[in-house]
Design a protein around this ligand. Sequence first.
Ligand SMILES: NC(=O)c1ccc[n+]([C@@H]2O[C@H](COP(=O)([O-])OP(=O)(O)OC[C@H]3O[C@@H](n4cnc5c(N)ncnc54)[C@H](O)[C@@H]3O)[C@@H](O)[C@H]2O)c1
Length: 337
Amino acid sequence: MSDKVLVTGGAGFIGAHVARRLLDAGYEVIVLDDLSGGMRANIPEEAVFIEGSVLDSALLDEIFHDHGIRYVYHLAAYAAEGLSHFIRVFNYRNNVVGSVTVINAAVRHKVERLVFTSSIAVYGSNQVPMHEALDPRPEDPYGIAKFAVEMDLAAAHKLFGLRYTIFRPHNVYGEYQNLNDPYRNVIGIFMWQILQGKPLTIFGDGEQSRAFSYVDDAVQPMIECLGLPETAGEVFNVGSDISFTVNQLAAAVMRSMGAEARIVRLDAREEVVHAFADHSKIQQYIGGLPDPVTLEDGLGRMAAWAKKQELRPPKPFTGIEIEDKLPPSWRQFVSGG
Ligand SMILES: NC(=O)c1ccc[n+]([C@@H]2O[C@H](COP(=O)([O-])OP(=O)(O)OC[C@H]3O[C@@H](n4cnc5c(N)ncnc54)[C@H](O)[C@@H]3O)[C@@H](O)[C@H]2O)c1
């Protein structure tokens, strides 16, 4: 019998890739997802799907017990970093309490490894290139939540011996990404806007830069770490090294979609201006990783997929807690307009 792996958030973008890779590698996959952000259609047919929340401790116990879970990939989260300032309670409940609920179950059921997707949001600003030896200084509730979970994993290891590996991906894009999320994933938003014949919206002058990472480059190390005991207790940045400004990205997305679009500039929002990470540590631990997929190639693959997707209206978040300083372009979603 093959090893059983629980993938929380497996109906989401990265989780859909993780689930497929694990199946390809011969694992049995159980997906737990509340479908708040992901889609049932993203889940591979060969996986067992359980609809529910990571906040449901009793359900987690049942899953771990009934399926004999050996490894956990914990990806479930509400990952709209920019919005996290305005949904603080929800962010900490879903992303911290939800994660700790999974960690508790992993401890109780003695899993062999818990793989957690943190984020480079833990580094905060002015720490580039971001590398794992830096002290995290997260500046928004999303990053603070991720770092809290990282610290909780270390505490769970210290007392209970829980083995874990933390990955900090950044700006991941590719097939299965939610194209209808108005708050995050600039590439998905640009593609949605192009497919709707709308102008592309850019916060500020568009000179903020990110190293956009094709999903395979972030996911492959996450799968390979299971076979490498020395990756337990470690944290790794994963993704691409090459930064592009949002203006450059807009031009590249238009090329990939074979379309021209007008650009509309919105007020700058509270965000880190330049974010790029060092990936030498993961290369040191996992030899022979392929060169990252170029932006042009990755966008080409995603564009071919995006053109075949059924487009829906943007799905607004319904529980905004603080409206002050909410970017005006997001305010329309609060009033339901
Ligand atoms: N996409 C990126 O660029 C990126 C970068 C860094 C880190 N991450 C992290 O990677 C993980 C996956 O991100 P993604 O981009 O695939 O996001 P996603 O929104 O596509 O996937 C998250 C999934 O979690 C599910 N979910 C949310 N709350 C849940 C809950 N309480 N119980 C059960 N399921 C729940 C959603 O329905 C969704 O399917 C997240 O933890 C995110 O913080 C993503």
